[in-house]
Design a protein around this ligand. Sequence first.
Ligand SMILES: [Zn+2]
Length: 246
Amino acid sequence: MLKAHELVKLWEVAAGKQLWQKAILMLAAADPGEPMENLALLSIGHRNARLFRLRDGLFGTRMDANSCCPSCDEKVEFQLDTQVICNPELPSWDGGEATYYDDSSQVVFKPANSYALRDIAPVVEIEGPEVAGRELLFQCVLQYKKNGIMQPVEAIPEEFLDKVAEKIKDIDTHSEISCRLSCPECEHSWAESFDIANYLWHEIEIKAQIILTEVQVLARAFGWWEGDILSLSDIRRKYYLEGLDE
Ligand SMILES: [Zn+2]
């Protein structure tokens, strides 16, 4: 698992990058032997599953999160268990092609990967998540046939495209994670989507800043070099810090 200096390095390198890049950099830091290209080609569900396992190792399986009730704006706090919302036993899509069809239409598709997220990032910013979601779906479609005749992807009827989207969600387990929340104030209930890349990045950001503050305190107190302090284990760093409080 990541040591203090690796975690700080990750934060330094990934800060300011787009979220899809942060996700790849987090996985690369945890598994430096794996080429970034391979990580970027993982299906989003597979990528998310690996982020969850990284999170288990770094911070444990319990997650505290919060949201706002869409009906009354009340702040709602909730806990998640990473083993429940991303079951390690469920297989991830290997990224191969799959087919969905009815009596007259046939679509060949592949799961979205991080490069697809990169490509739609400008669409998210300019046209919003709904249009970008549609664009992402089109990127997954490799071929569309109607009555055996090849058609442009844009010609897929909305209703059929929705079914393809459902199919992708089913196969690429963990590509979209949501949890059912209910408001303690007004009892409104809704599905809250949960983005592990975003959540884990914030935790890493906070942890890196805490470590650097500790480095600052120890450097001032003992005159040690930053690199030497960062090479200390968490338990030894904490021991020296506690000694300063006495
Ligand atoms: Zn409410």
